[in-house]
Ligand binder design. Sequence first.
Ligand SMILES: CC(C)(COP(=O)(O)OP(=O)(O)OC[C@H]1O[C@@H](n2cnc3c(N)ncnc32)[C@H](O)[C@@H]1OP(=O)(O)O)[C@@H](O)C(=O)NCCC(=O)NCCS
Length: 197
Amino acid sequence: MSAPSPAPRPPRRGHLVGPHVSLRPPAPEDLPLLFRWLNDPEAVAPFDRFEVDSFQGLEDSLRTAPGDARSLAPRFVIVRRTDSAAIGLVGYYRAHNALDTIDLWYAICLPAERGKGYGSEAVGLLTDYVFSQQTVGRVGAVVDVGNPASFRLLERIGFAREGTLRQAIFHHGTWHDVGVYGLTRAEWERVRPAEGP
Ligand SMILES: CC(C)(COP(=O)(O)OP(=O)(O)OC[C@H]1O[C@@H](n2cnc3c(N)ncnc32)[C@H](O)[C@@H]1OP(=O)(O)O)[C@@H](O)C(=O)NCCC(=O)NCCS
């Protein structure tokens, strides 16, 4: 009798579960919450351009996002693992037609949940996912230089500041400089959290 084959192990790379948060795709029942968050500038855009979306527009963008590499729609909901509560959103998009790089965006949409490490963990999971699923040599992000929580999050998980786009975004009544951050695949291999047994 042949030995039973070992049980399949879940994929470790890009597995979207961390010690405190996990990422899951938005479900239809998330729509009202996402609509509320995305129409609340404090939830998603205290340092960013803000555009009000319609419910139908949100529904359409979530439906078409999987086939649209440039979509800015939320790709995953950040879930707190202790109680499965949704606490934020992350996305990724092809920012350049001619370059093999993908930019990330992220928001802990409940202000009371910021500053607890959830954002860093969620963006680490997202970075791992993008490198494991996409043929890119670099993952990036652009950050208002006045948003220390965002650029410190990136630096904490290994991103480097590559430059500044001066006066590149208009929000809250004025133009803002934007820091360009990037992480190469080789750098991520060196700094990413070790896999479990
Ligand atoms: C940016 C954001 C996602 C960070 O997530 P978070 O869970 O609050 O961040 P973390 O707790 O993981 O902390 C990340 C780093 O930022 C620092 N930080 C957190 N809040 C901060 C604040 N208000 N001011 C300065 N630094 C802050 C932390 O100390 C940590 O840095 P350290 O490792 O050097 O100590 C969150 O603040 C947020 O959702 N902001 C609104 C939306 C937004 O600005 N998104 C980014 C657009 S590019």
